[in-house]
Design a protein around this ligand. Structure first.
Ligand code: FE
Ligand code: FE
Ligand code: ZN
Length: 276
């Protein structure tokens, strides 16, 4: 299977996102669960969800829900961790109404307390929000390592996951811009990077890929996305990524800086053309 889509605005609801995805040649999409900076979530419209699920059948695969990126479950400040915990728990509860979806979050920044305590705090938050019957996989996103971000090394993500009680519920979303900025050479050593991922985390844990080119060079620890083929990663590397045998069953999501969805439509078309 080759599932590819992009980030869409959730403001018009799920059915509208499903239709918009199809109209630009996508068969999946990503959306923010709530205002990425704010906290309040809209009341769930169950009629919209029911219409979406009927529409999505055989057309749309694994919508990827993205948590607000301002949450910080790795904070040294207990109130900030508590806020992240309540928001993540609420999102996961809401996502139980959207079967087949995935939930992606940034692990957090340790803001000076050190990587190890940060990892412990994240694990603790995850153990509070997951429950035995939860069906929505929770994905930790690979980060660029800007500031004090946790999760730019595969080892850190593994350590977070190892402390989680319901391990079968957690996975990874690999962001191509972030891993490249973190220092993993997916341009010249894609096989080696994926082998390292497999050795440290396990490729069966890789559930989603964010496809973004990078404005900054490898190892820069800067998180600035570029359009596919217009950054330091380059189009030929993306051809190898979407065709890599280890990634055949992983859905791809574009988060490139586009003004309108037309730009996404073109990127999706180009990537479908090179996909063998
Ligand atoms: Fe993200
Ligand atoms: Fe991303
Ligand atoms: Zn990013």
């Amino acid at each position: 299977m080759f599932a590819i889509g992009c980030h869409l605005s959730a403001s018009k609801g799920f059915l509208a996102m499903g239709k918009e995805a199809l109209s630009i040649g996508a068969d999946t999409f990503q959306f923010f669960t709530r205002n990425p900076r704010g906290s309040r979530a809209k009341e769930l419209d169950m009629d919209d969800i029911a219409s979406f699920l009927a529409f999505a059948e055989n057309r749309i695969r694994t919508p990827l829900a993205h948590a607000p990126y301002t949450l910080n479950p790795a904070s040294a400040d207990e109130r900030i961790r508590e806020f992240a915990l309540l928001t993540l728990a609420d999102d996961l509860k809401r996502l139980s109404h959207l079967p087949g979806s995935l939930y992606n979050l940034h692990p957090g920044s340790h803001v000076g307390q050190g990587t190890e305590p940060g990892i412990k705090q994240i694990t603790e938050v995850l153990n509070h929000i997951l429950w035995a019957e939860n069906k929505t996989p929770l994905l930790l996103e690979t980060m660029s390592g800007k500031g004090s971000e946790v999760g730019s090394r595969f080892e850190e993500l593994r350590d977070i996951m190892n402390g989680v009680e319901y391990q079968e519920q957690v996975g990874i979303c690999l962001d191509t811009c972030h891993v490249y900025a973190a220092g993993y050479d997916i341009v010249n050593e894609l096989d080696g990077v994926l082998e390292e991922f497999d050795r440290i985390i396990g490729l069966e844990k890789l559930r989603a890929i964010h496809l973004n080119d990078s404005m900054h060079p490898m190892g820069s620890h800067k998180d600035r996305h570029a359009k596919i083929g217009e950054g330091t990663i380059g189009f030929s590397a993306f051809c190898r990524i979407v065709n890599h045998p280890a990634l055949q069953n992983v859905p791809f999501y574009l988060e490139t800086p586009q003004e309108t969805v037309t730009g996404y439509a073109e990127e999706i078309k180009r990537l479908r053309e090179v996909r063998k």
